[in-house]
Design a protein around this ligand. Structure first.
Ligand code: NAD
Length: 433
């Protein structure tokens, strides 16, 4: 099948590469000419496990190509995915400018029947808006499909290749059959393709993210209570997670959720509801609890050093908002860095993948270490901000030898508190005793 993917970011590039992998002819479009040139030259602009291999293999086989020319890509394709950003607007709503721009470009280049697929996370009513915009600009037939994406950064290729489910919102049997056909190779093991009305598909994505975010905020809150009452969140987590109604995943307390999706999507959902005179109290509480959780580690640092952080040197392990990505959008590490710089401390950071991203944000305001140990040299404390596997089993004696004071603020609960105390560290986790 001939497919175009408009927007070649974390979602678009994965979608394009995975669809090419199953034999489709895919052309990926981006308005960023440097990104396209990099991809054309064999470079991969983002870090995502397994993605480079997939892009290279399919480019070599001639099934995957990159362009800045939307018109050309649209003319050649039957199915056109919109995978452009939907950032948060000032009032909390989703900014649809990129989606509508892309839709206009598709309409202007249309030359026969097209299926326009909303892959971006968009509020209920967007498909109807896209339909209106497109129908004003073309007489060629088209259908709109809402097909929200549920991949996780850091595991995106695997998630797309083996999705728990595929959601298709559509009111055209012709388009539904074609999109089902496109996804058939990914659901061979029996995971469902769930078809529904367009509005339900649009809402499903937000509802899923809000539920997951609420789960995180819930466990963070219980972790705080653990600290007050002498319970250990790891024990509580195992105790509740074994209940099948609750499930074991997403029950790890930390520094608050971040990333490019949860924060903006929850706010957009609240905005959608308030426009319909409905207050989503649970979702608002998840947002508020998360704002408080982002200050959890800064508060611990302030308490430990009795507010005197000026001139202290902090090592930071992890910058990305979670492991296996270079994405720092809304990363909890940002909160920690800003807090420390504001308090007059200095920060030296190391992350296996996000160093370049951090440089583009902080430039010379923080230091960058070539590895995790180099970061610790002369440090007054270490803050662990991302749960990278390579941080889990370090040489603690070596760490102690390098640090000026053996103090660790472990925002990801990577280490065992009892062991750390035995080793002579002053150790702070999240909800652990
Ligand atoms: N990142 C995730 O984990 C994830 C998961 C599920 C859904 N989503 C949703 O998918 C959408 C895309 O997210 P992302 O993280 O891939 O964004 P991104 O910022 O990584 O990539 C978007 C790309 O689109 C390009 N672009 C913008 N306008 C364009 C246009 N008119 N024509 C061509 N290219 C254009 C940008 O240059 C950029 O490269 C968002 O709605 C997001 O909420 C993201």
């Amino acid at each position: 099948m001939k497919v175009a993917v408009i927007g070649t970011g974390y979602v678009g590039l994965v979608v394009g590469a995975c669809l090419a992998e199953t034999g489709n002819d895919v052309i990926c479009v981006d308005i960023n000419p440097e990104r396209v040139a990099q991809l054309q030259g064999g470079g991969i602009p983002i870090y995502e496990p397994g993605l480079g291999e997939l892009v290279h293999r399919n480019s070599r086989k001639g099934r995957l190509s990159f362009t800045t020319d939307t018109g050309e890509a649209v003319k050649q394709s039957l199915v056109i995915f919109l995978a452009v950003p939907t950032p948060m607007d000032e009032d909390g709503s989703a900014d649809l400018q990129h989606v509508l721009d892309a839709a206009r470009q598709v309409a202007l280049s249309s030359n026969n029947y097209k299926i326009i697929v909303d892959k971006s996370t968009v509020p209920v009513g967007t498909a109807a808006m896209v339909k209106e915009v497109v129908s004003k600009l073309t007489d060629h037939p088209f259908d709109i499909v809402s097909n929200p994406e549920f991949l996780k950064e850091g595991n995106a290729v695997e998630d797309f290749m083996k999705p728990d489910r595929v959601v298709i919102g559509c009111d055209s049997t012709r388009a539904e059959a074609i999109i089902r056909d496109l996804y058939a190779p990914f659901v061979r093991t029996g995971h469902p393709i769930v078809t529904m009305r367009v509005e339900s598909a649009e809402l499903t994505k937000y509802a899923a993210n809000a539920f997951l975010a609420a789960k995180i905020s819930f466990i963070n809150e219980i972790a705080r209570l653990c600290e007050r009452v002498g319970a250990d969140i790891y024990e509580v987590r195992l105790g509740i997670g074994s209940d099948r109604r609750i499930g074991p995943s997403f029950l790890f307390p930390g520094m608050g959720f971040g990333g490019s999706c949860f924060p903006k999507d929850l706010r957009a959902l609240v905005h959608t509801a308030s426009g319909k005179d409905l207050d989503l109290e649970v979702v608002r509480a998840a947002i508020a609890a998360n704002e408080r959780q982002k200050r959890f580690i800064p508060d611990k640092i302030r308490a430990h050093f009795e507010g005197k952080m000026e001139g202290l040197r902090f090592a930071l392990w992890g910058l990305a908002f979670k492991a296996n990505t270079d994405d720092m959008r809304e990363s909890p590490a940002l909160e920690v860095i800003d807090f420390l710089l504001e308090a007059g401390a200095s920060v030296k950071a190391y992350d296996p993948q996000a160093m370049e991203t951090a440089r583009s944000i902080y430039g010379g305001r923080i230091g960058y270490a070539p590895d995790d140990y180099a970061c610790l040299d002369g440090a007054d404390a270490l803050v662990v901000a991302t749960e990278w596997n390579e941080f889990r089993r370090p040489d603690f004696d070596r760490m102690k030898g390098l640090m000026r004071r053996p103090v660790i603020f472990d925002g990801r609960n990577l280490f065992d508190p009892r062991r750390m105390r035995e080793l002579g560290f002053e150790y702070y986790g999240v909800g652990r005793v």
